[in-house]
Design a protein around this ligand. Structure first.
Ligand code: TXA
Ligand code: MG
Length: 325
């Protein structure tokens, strides 16, 4: 059931659903989330079941403000800096978990991921849910495990059908998931890049971030293969894409191309989408474009590598994972 998220009665309805231990999908500024009350292990189990997500993969708990975050995690001095600078906003902090809090959402780990979203509908939902006795909402992206994250209510319905309550908030503004910073270790690590660049996060922390690699065992959900379209996606440098199109790009039924330039080798009829020159714009449309190209039934999606530079890290990360299947 799709409800208009700008309608206060719809938000109140959704909050009641959450309070009753049911699932609700809702918009955030990054992607749509599939939420359940974080303090109810049985409700959280419904998320894992619906997504087909292995139970070892911890979920992010969404909170209305910092005080709510403290019910679940211990905000360390490093995490504090990020919370101060970026909340509400697209940064998730991993901190030590308050013993006994949100055990199922944290997949039993001693740490927990906390995020305060900057979307007015997400915020309204969290506030209404809190008033109904819900202390925080566990929510992964509202897609089946391993598939492309949803940036519209229609994408969520594509994933899970019409039975699920979905608050519609239009297209997600940023389009890729939050940056995840693990503050639970001696040296903070960027587990997943987002729209906020590594530089901006490091400037606030006052220290360099370790890469995701050293943290790999602690972030089972940041799998190499993720965001997978049905078609085989290949990420190629500009020249390789040109050559490949000249040699092989003749079958419009099988091939779609997402590239910054329109390569001369693109045969007529090959589906082509142009990658925006600005990284924020590319992030905003990325998952919708992948879904759209995939839905045409092509066997191959060839994507030109984004330009180098840290402002493209988030988009590059999602594309490499989509290619890694
Ligand atoms: O933008 C976002 O973060 C979106 C929206 C809905 O808020 N949510 C999202 O959730 O992307 P999900 O579940 O698709 O990704 C959560 C990531 C996973 O890679 C998971 O492994 C990691 O966060 N994570 C969560 N808790 C963790 C923890 N305690 N330690 C390490 N990684 C954790
Ligand atoms: Mg996800």
């Amino acid at each position: 059931m799709r409800l208009d998220g700008r309608d206060a009665a719809a938000v109140a309805d959704a909050a009641k659903h959450l309070a009753a231990g049911e699932l609700v999908a809702f918009p955030t500024e990054t992607v749509y989330g599939l939420g359940a009350r974080a303090d109810d292990d049985a409700a959280v189990a419904k998320i894992f079941a619906l997504k087909g997500r292995p139970t070892g993969h911890p979920l992010i708990v969404h909170v209305a403000d910092r005080a709510e975050a403290e019910r679940f995690g211990v905000i360390s001095p490093l995490a504090e800096r990020l919370v101060e600078a970026f909340w509400p906003g697209p940064v998730t902090v991993i901190v030590r978990r308050v013993p006994g809090a949100a055990a199922a959402a944290a997949a039993g780990q001693a740490t927990i991921g906390l995020r305060c979203p900057a979307h007015p509908i997400a915020h309204a939902l969290l506030v209404a849910a809190r008033a109904a006795g819900v202390p925080g909402v566990a929510a992964p992206s509202a897609n089946r495990f391993g598939r492309i994250s949803p940036t519209t209510a229609a994408h969520v319905i594509e994933e899970f059908g019409e039975d699920l309550l979905v608050l519609d908030g239009g297209a997600a503004q940023l389009g890729i998931e939050s940056a995840i910073v693990d503050c639970s270790r001696d040296r903070p690590a960027l587990l997943r890049p987002g729209v906020l660049t590594r530089e901006r996060i490091e400037a606030v922390l006052g220290s360099p971030l370790a890469g995701a690699d050293i943290a790999a065992p602690r972030a089972p959900g940041t799998l190499e293969a993720h965001y997978a379209p049905r078609a085989k996606l290949r990420l190629m440098p500009t020249q390789m894409l040109r050559t490949a199109l000249e040699v092989l790009g003749s079958d419009p039924l099988k091939l779609a191309v997402y590239s910054r330039s329109v390569p001369s080798g693109v045969a007529t009829g090959v589906r082509h989408r142009r990658m925006p020159a600005r990284p924020e714009q590319a992030a905003h449309e990325l998952f919708a474009v992948l879904r759209e190209l995939d839905s045409t039934g092509v066997h191959l999606i060839w994507v030109e590598e984004p330009p180098p530079g840290p402002e493209w890290d988030g988009v590059r990360d999602r594309l490499s994972r989509a290619a890694a299947t």
